[in-house]
Design a protein around this ligand. Structure first.
Ligand code: KG4
Ligand code: ZN
Length: 337
């Protein structure tokens, strides 16, 4: 059979990325140009700055990804692109580039949901068995997703307010850590003790919903009250306590979801899936299903994951025309049995 090559483009937030996937799971290249340095001084991503950076580097990313893959445009089967969720201006840059490239080379265009990309990054390690359940934890999303078959994603639970990564970044900012703070909080957490007893919202509720804004507020209040009294709290203990509260909730809800949706495979993906504390607890506490977590290099935003998700869409004939528009708040449908 002829080899299939998909070129994928990802620009939904602050990483400009282009990748080439050969057949099901062989990533020939995955070029990632990160802009985190430019956003750090603002303590978060500035949308206009993000769009401008994407415009500056996207052409080089295309060229590098093709060169690294060692193929020509004529070898490609299709072009995939993230069309949401994300920052509208940032999405549009990648979409304009992907559409122009697809049109110039007479290639079909595959629209990909960014969260499907995070999830399908787990497929780089081997065959995924369906139905499967996924816990997706990123800077903008925290959701439990039931995947009935390749390309069919349904929400069974999600956060009512902040995403986990967002909570990490906000408490990190209060402590004076640089953006994004998740990795540093994870590192500090391993040096401290869970002594502050932060709230574990909705943990005993019989649903699959999450809420992290109360935890964030509790943390910020404790921190500011101590500062007003001239006390300084131990950062490692603060991080350990915060992380313990987050992980207790994530583990409890994921176990509840596995009871409600019996599957053989659990995928945990998204930027926060890089968290070592989360990985350790999943390994220790999730026993009866195959646990698949993408390798660290595919946890943060990258086009390789978009190509992996695009393969499933292509097999289903899910293509788009050049009129495809960005969908900043794109989300999976709720599951209706
Ligand atoms: O998936 P991602 O790269 O971008 C979005 O689609 O949002 O996720 C970025 C988020 C940031 O909030 C960052 O702080 C968090 O992932 N993150 C972590 C870790 N590494 C990255 N959070 C906790 N622990 C980590 N080790
Ligand atoms: Zn992401």
């Amino acid at each position: 059979m002829k080899d299939r090559y998909i070129l994928a483009v990802e620009t939904s937030c602050d990483e400009t990325s282009v990748a080439v996937l050969k057949n099901e799971r062989e990533l020939l290249s995955n070029v990632i140009a990160s802009q985190t340095e430019s956003h750090r001084r603002f303590g978060g991503v500035v949308p206009e700055v993000a769009s401008r950076h994407h415009v500056e580097v996207i052409t080089d990313c295309f060229e590098d990804a093709m060169a690294e893959a060692g193929i020509q445009a004529a070898d490609l089967t299709a072009v995939a692109v993230t069309y949401g969720p994300g920052l509208v201006g940032a999405l549009l840059v990648g979409m304009a580039a992907a559409k122009a490239f697809a049109w110039a080379n007479k290639l079909p265009l595959i629209p990909v949901n960014h969260m499907a990309g995070h999830l399908m990054a787990a497929g780089v390690q081997g065959v995924l068995n369906y139905p499967l359940l996924a816990l997706l934890v990123s800077g903008g999303h925290t959701e439990l997703v039931y995947v009935t078959e390749p390309g069919e994603y349904y929400i069974v639970g999600e956060t009512r307010d902040d995403a986990v990564g967002e909570a990490y970044d906000k408490v990190g900012r209060v402590m004076g850590l640089s953006y994004p703070a998740g990795k540093e909080i994870d590192r500090l957490a391993h040096q401290g003790q869970d002594i502050y007893d932060f709230p574990r919202a909705m943990i005993t509720d019989d649903n699959l919903e999450f809420s992290f804004s109360g935890l964030k507020s509790a943390f910020i209040n404790l921190y500011h009250n101590a500062a007003q009294k001239g006390e300084s709290l131990n950062k490692a203990d603060l991080c350990a306590s915060f992380q313990a509260a987050v992980l207790d909730v994530l583990l409890t809800k994921t176990k509840k979801a596995l009871q409600a949706y019996p599957v053989k495979t659990l995928v945990v993906a998204g930027g926060v899936a890089a968290n070592q504390g989360l990985r350790d607890r999943l390994a220790a506490e999730i026993q009866d299903v195959d646990l698949l977590i993408p390798p660290l290099r595919l946890c943060g935003d990258n086009a390789g994951m978009i190509a992996l998700a695009a393969a499933a869409e292509y097999d289903k004939g899910h293509l788009a025309g050049l009129e495809l528009n960005a969908s900043p708040s794109l989300s999976f449908a709720p599951y209706k049995p």
